[in-house]
Design a protein around this ligand. Structure first.
Ligand SMILES: Cc1cc2nc3c(=O)[nH]c(=O)nc-3n(C[C@H](O)[C@H](O)[C@H](O)COP(=O)(O)O)c2cc1C
Length: 126
């Protein structure tokens, strides 16, 4: 576990405990927990309520899909990420549904969604 930094101002426990691990237990993540993470992501704000985030995930049980996701990683990240019990590829829908114009907020909105997910993930999996 990462030591907690000294916060200059009070912040929510979920934010205090979020961090970026690069070592993982081999324990499987319960599917209910995964669904809760995606539910948290799904309720993020988005421009025009477009919800442009898309996720492809694999646990070690989805061997073929998991290996395909590992193949997408840079060599430097493969070393540690290939041991994670779950891999999630994040994508965006690049054009708005209502007018097919380019959605330049899509990456921003994906970041918000991933923020929701990763605060919970840091707190659920320790
Ligand atoms: C968009 C984005 C891309 C990142 N890419 C990598 C990466 O390729 N490899 C890696 O080890 N960490 C990556 N990180 C993790 C950051 O390096 C990490 O968040 C930062 O070191 C701060 O540590 P903390 O999250 O534990 O506070 C990425 C983080 C973000 C937000």
């Amino acid at each position: 576990m990462k030591p907690r930094p000294n916060f200059d101002h009070p912040v929510h426990e979920l934010i205090q405990r979020r961090w970026s691990p690069r070592a993982f237990s081999s324990k499987q993540v319960d599917e209910k927990v995964l669904l809760t993470l995606f539910e948290a992501a799904r309720w993020a704000a988005s421009a025009m309520n477009e919800q442009p985030w898309r996720f492809i995930y694999a646990t070690k049980n989805h061997e073929e899909r998991y290996n395909k996701l590992v193949d997408c990683l840079s060599e430097g990240n493969k070393i540690w990420a290939m041991h994670a019990p779950v891999l999630i590829m994040t994508l965006i829908k690049t054009h708005f549904e209502h007018n097919n114009e380019y959605n330049r907020w899509a990456m921003h909105d994906l970041g918000l969604a991933i923020g929701n997910l990763s605060w919970l993930f840091s707190n659920e999996n320790r």
